[in-house]
Design a protein around this ligand. Structure first.
Ligand code: SF4
Length: 291
């Protein structure tokens, strides 16, 4: 979509009642219209979240300040993160996270758990605890898209290992570790992952995913093949009405899982175990990154 098409689609979607948008990538801060898109949405009282690698955050603070939340991927301590993303990537991600937080924007770290970092989760938690960030953990898969298998990259843990890691994270949260950002519902969901567990599915009812060509999907985690309804061709209302909705049993994105259980009203999955209180939020700590 070109600029006019993007703004028209967003305008139509906000008229339909869209309340928040997660800008995703690739890297959204590299998009040529990211500044205008963000302020366009904010002017319409739409809350804007962003998933970013953090690198451009310090240079794009005027836009970042408009965001309701910044989510930055961190795979582990510096050596572990840089082995995946290139030398210096950890430092840039953390500098970006601190810059966003100093600008008053809530920051959430995201960690995809796989073979590359399974032995470094405790170090990541220790760092996040010290820096007073929280990390949302989710399992690595061979493809972002449910039902689309890529040749194994060697990153994905086997089921038993995956469940072991999430049990440890759940135990840490139970002990009051505020660095674990997952809510109880995703931790409970991942107790069984990747065995089939079908959550209530809000996809296509209260949310949808728009790709750069204007194709609309009920869920961001489904295959991008086929002929999805297109907002440029049909308009946003007709495209949304034409969505083919359907749950699956491999929901892997932690925040989507949590949203699903909340939408389904499964309060027993969302509440802390009896006798465990949700820890209070902490004041951020000022840090200087020297690594
Ligand atoms: S269950 Fe999760 S992954 Fe599956 S369609 Fe629904 S939101 Fe998407």
């Amino acid at each position: 979509m070109g600029r006019e098409q993007i703004l028209r689609a967003l305008s139509e979607l906000s008229s339909l009642g869209m309340r928040h948008v997660s800008l995703d990538g690739g890297e959204p801060l590299l998009h040529r219209h990211v500044d205008e898109v963000t302020s366009f949405l904010v002017q319409r009282q739409v809350r804007v979240y962003m998933n970013t690698n953090g690198i451009l955050v310090p240079r794009k603070l005027a836009t970042v300040r408009l965001l309701s939340k910044v989510k930055i991927s961190l795979d582990g301590p510096a050596a572990c993160h840089d082995a995946v993303r290139g030398e210096g990537a950890w430092r840039k991600a953390v500098v970006g996270a601190l810059a966003a937080r100093d600008a008053g924007v809530p920051v959430e770290l995201t960690c995809v758990v796989g073979r590359h970092n399974v032995d470094h989760i405790d170090e990541l938690l220790a760092f996040a605890d010290h820096a007073r960030f929280s990390v949302v953990f989710q399992p690595a898969r061979t493809s972002l898209f449910v039902g689309v298998e890529h040749p194994a990259t060697g990153t994905q843990l086997d089921g038993a290992e995956m469940r072991r890691v999430f049990r440890r994270l759940e135990a840490a949260k139970l002990r009051g570790c505020r660095a674990v950002g997952n809510r109880w519902s995703s931790l409970r969901h991942f107790r069984d992952f990747p065995r089939d567990v079908e959550p209530p599915c809000a996809a296509g009812w209260i949310n949808a995913t728009l790709d750069p060509e204007g194709n609309l999907f009920h869920c961001g985690q489904v295959s991008r093949a086929g002929r999805p309804p297109n907002v440029v061709a049909l308009g946003a209302r007709a495209a949304f009405d034409a969505l083919v909705r359907g749950a699956c049993s491999q929901c892997w994105c932690a925040r989507v899982v949590e949203e699903n259980y909340a939408w389904g009203g499964q309060v027993h999955r969302m509440l802390p175990p009896l006798g465990v209180a949700e820890p209070a939020a902490r004041r951020p700590r000022r840090l200087k990154v020297v690594a």
